[in-house]
Design a protein around this ligand. Structure first.
Ligand SMILES: *Cc1c(COP(=O)(O)O)cnc(C)c1O
Length: 397
């Protein structure tokens, strides 16, 4: 069993704040501050360039990748960190397309995160081989999988609504039609139980600054199924994905297995924060996280429906079809969220009218859920959102 009171004590949570946005940026693990300071002072400061060997910086992308791999059911030695998620989406998609040279169709859904779709668009233009991106409604994806599709590219949990795709079933259906899969776990890793190996997923990507709590700008991860590991061309052929980076050969040769998905110099300071964040996960059982997350989201939905009749649920009601976040629609959603934040309840807003709340059992319990609903109801009942300063849009919503 996971002791959630113990995990909560491992995070710095500002006084008076109920943080329901850990699905977008996880809070600071207390140990990360000293771990980063150590990387700055004792490693960078004292070791200088020898830190690449002495402090193990060069091996860290694979070491940390494997620790994430354990949380998502990846085979050991097949996950690596680096770059940002958008870049890893590009790399995974390009690699998958190269394994299906005769097919031109990329299938995705209209609920996918825009950056994933934008990266596909850019890749199609750069390839210049006549690939086509087709997006259909999330519920229609299964009907569109056939042998004209090269790659099925989906985000498992919808960033806006929390709607959850059935990764194992869609992957099995894709494989039966000779289609490869790229799954984005941005809102899955650290939020729900994932078993890549059981699902036979081909390429998997995700980020570490959301539910994994590694801090703003923390690197992404990529995992490639062992059966593709030695066949895949990494698309972004950087020197640290070369078989022998320090041979400085003029021509690219892919490194062994997942090593080839590395591109350039890894972010050492950000990896120190990630390392501290992952220490917390060592003592966490994902089944317990999922069970508690369902308890919290169900409580939140029930309480909001009772106390806030002007909000409309924009997430699946069935918890088996929902990730760890809940969205509500309100015509003045942006202003309502600003008023909430002013009262210490931090969620976020996603256009056009979604109030989005993430539930993270490592540091959120039923008490916080009830307190947040009381504040939300007060804001709605008394139109406290109806002030000009809550309607002026900031750059980040
Ligand atoms: C958060 C998120 C991203 C963000 O990509 P970055 O390159 O890390 O900014 C991309 N895709 C999905 C599905 C996301 O949820």
């Amino acid at each position: 069993m996971t002791d959630f009171a113990a995990t909560k004590a491992l995070f710095h949570l500002p006084e008076g704040v109920i943080y329901l946005d850990g699905n977008s940026l996880g809070p600071l693990p207390k140990a990360a501050a000293s771990r980063v300071a150590q990387a700055v002072e004792a490693e960078w400061g004292e070791m200088l360039i020898t830190g690449w060997n002495k402090a193990g910086w060069m091996a860290q992308p694979g070491v940390l990748g494997d620790r994430i791999g354990r949380l998502i059911g990846a085979a050991p030695g097949h996950t690596v960190i680096g770059d940002t998620l958008s870049i890893k989406v590009y790399q995974a998609l390009a690699s998958a397309l190269a394994l299906r040279p005769g097919r031109k169709l990329i299938l995705s859904d209209t609920g996918n995160f825009p950056s994933d779709l934008y990266m596909a668009e850019g890749l199609i233009a750069a390839f210049g081989q006549g690939h086509v991106l087709k997006t259909v409604a999330p519920e229609a994806v299964a009907d569109q999988i056939d042998d004209s599709v090269a790659v099925l590219m989906l985000t498992e949990v919808d960033y806006r609504t929390g709607r959850l795709h059935n990764m194992a079933a869609l992957t099995a259906q894709a494989h039966a039609a000779g289609v490869l899969t790229v799954w984005d776990l941005a809102h899955s890793a650290g939020a729900i139980e994932v078993d890549l190996t059981a699902a036979q997923a081909d390429f998997v990507v995700g980020c570490t600054y959301k539910y994994l709590n590694a801090g703003p700008g923390a690197p992404a991860f990529i995992s490639v199924a062992p059966r593709h590991a030695e066949a895949v061309r990494p698309a972004l052929s950087g020197w640290l994905g070369h078989e022998a980076p320090f041979a400085f050969e003029p021509q690219y040769r892919p490194g062994r297995g997942i090593e080839r998905m590395r591109v350039g110099t890894p972010p050492v300071l950000q990896m120190a924060a990630l390392e501290a964040a992952l220490d917390i996960w060592e003592h966490v059982d994902m089944a317990a996280v999922r069970a508690r997350s369902i308890e919290l989201t169900e409580l939140f939905i029930a309480e909001v429906e009772t106390a806030c009749p002007s909000l409309t649920l924009n997430s699946p009601r069935d918890s088996a079809r929902r990730g760890s976040q809940v969205a509500w629609r309100h015509p003045e959603g942006y202003a309502v969220m600003q008023a909430l934040i002013a009262r210490g309840v931090i969620g976020d807003f996603r256009a056009p009218d979604n109030l989005r709340f993430g539930f993270t059992p490592l540091y959120i319990g039923t008490e916080e859920v009830r307190a947040a609903v009381a504040i939300l109801a007060d804001i709605l009942d008394n139109r406290l959102w109806d002030r000009p300063e809550y309607k002026a849009r900031a750059a980040v919503t």
